[in-house]
Design a protein around this ligand. Sequence first.
Ligand code: C2E
Ligand code: MG
Ligand code: MG
Length: 564
Amino acid sequence: MLETRFGSAQLYETIFHNTRESILITDGQGKILLANKIFLAQLKLQEQEVTGKKLKEFVSPTHKIPSSFEQIWASLRSKKSWQGDLCIRGKENLSPLHVCIKPLAAPDPISRTLYLFSARDISLATDTVDRSLAYFDQLTALPNRFLFKKKLEHALEQGKRFQFNIGLLYINLDNFKYINKSYGYRAGDELLMQVSRRLETSARKADILGYFGGDEFVVALVNISLPRLAATIANRFLVKISLPFLVQQEKFNLGASIGISVFPSDGSDYETLVNSAETAMHSLKDQPEPENSYRFFQQEMNFDSSIRLRLESDLRKALDKEEFELFFQPIVNLKSQRISGLEALLRWRHPQRGLVAPNQFIPIAEELGLIIPIGKWAMQSACRQAYAWQLMGIDPLEISVNLSQIQFRDKDLLGKIKAIITETGIDPSLLQIEITESSISEGVQAAVAVLNGLKDLGVKIAIDDFGTGTSSLGTLKNLPVDTLKLDKSFIRSLPESSNDQAIVQAILSLGKIMDLKVIAEGIETREQLEFLQGTKCDAYQGFYFSHPLPGKEIAELLQNEILK
Ligand code: C2E
Ligand code: MG
Ligand code: MG
């Protein structure tokens, strides 16, 4: 491959492996044909783990990139090179890289075009210019998605600790596409730069600005005393944007649509907040005449007719397009502080919206009846994954899978679970099914029959979000349940709230009397954990120990546990 006109392939190979940059050669589908040693060393990967794989597999899915892969390859196919920031996932690390991909002239006219991927890991560089390449958009000089995410996540941690509000403004410019088309990209770029400067001068020092590409900007308003202040500030941005711009001696008028979400009421993590603000923005855009205005996110917006229709049609295809993923959250034994189980939590990786949380799509899937095949996929994948970890030498762990009320009422539920157990080889006593109180309270007779059927299969049963529903304790006594999962709403105000302390203690005592295992959900602080350690609680899960993580990262966590 490195045949040269000097006839010294060896010389070229030495150069290939000894530059400062990571280099890959890929084919037109992004399949890696060659990787240099710098790339392998940087990501702590072996050559055989890389060659033959698609480049896409190494791009971290948790860090949205400005352009989709399809856009990157489309721009490459038209013979242009592509430059930008990608976050590449190695064995143990993530590296933000500044990447340049170029088509290479084919070695001979018959063979396919090859692509040269060269990249610099800029996160480690001390050079501030290099650093800025990794984290800042080159055109607007604003933080890119990667840096914005990092900063907002940091602010969210502070917000949780010191209990302040964060407003998130998702800004989409009106008319921009028209200007770009009619006056050309240079005018468009100039306009984007001017918009960025206006946003910067209108923001407070504590606010976090970001540019998401295209005509989309974000601003996180850190520590606002009242959620509705986000509207006042959004208005200020709107006024600034609606003042005329002067570009290449032409006057332009722009407007914007701003979607607003607020921490903690609309979400407590980055993905949910951004998705919610984006949804609010789209609900404005979907109006026939989008006007210069803002709108707060409302839960019902997920059900807003046009957004809902789009989501519905995307959701119908999502299973076939393999867009679902499972994340896993460790359940930790309170005494030993070791991981005793994992809860499988469903995620939908939507091509445009990014990671969509289950609360945003499960209600729709339930209404459409799609929850039955989706739920089956989730259970199948969770069991397969659990069995695969066992084969990797990880001690068998209990795996919990959530079951929707609709699945619980499915006549063929037992048959489906039985088939999954047989097909995946999982030991049924390691499978725990989580059902909500409402699955039981609406039709106790039928519920008892299903629960007994599940018991006969050898699986365990947990009541999820316990304490929020209406199931009577008397009913619970007669059910073959193994575990209660104490809802996170009782944990939130611990240890300060003496009321919640009393409720938690009461539920724990009840659990013990009924010989049930109790797992506390939503442990976010050390103080909450310490409170539980003085109680009869058996296990806990929550952000304090670990957020839900993709399977790959959980495997690493479990392997580290073995070494402890
Ligand atoms: P759940 O079963 O009660 O799952 C726990 C939820 O609490 C998860 O939200 C998890 O990310 C979140 N959580 C964990 N630790 C903390 C914490 O310390 N603080 C806070 N504030 N939250 C924490 P997630 O993943 O968004 O799931 C939401 C709900 O969606 C689940 O609640 C479950 O009812 C449903 N769900 C998830 N996966 C599936 C599935 O495969 N099938 C069905 N039917 N429902 C699912
Ligand atoms: Mg659950
Ligand atoms: Mg729960």
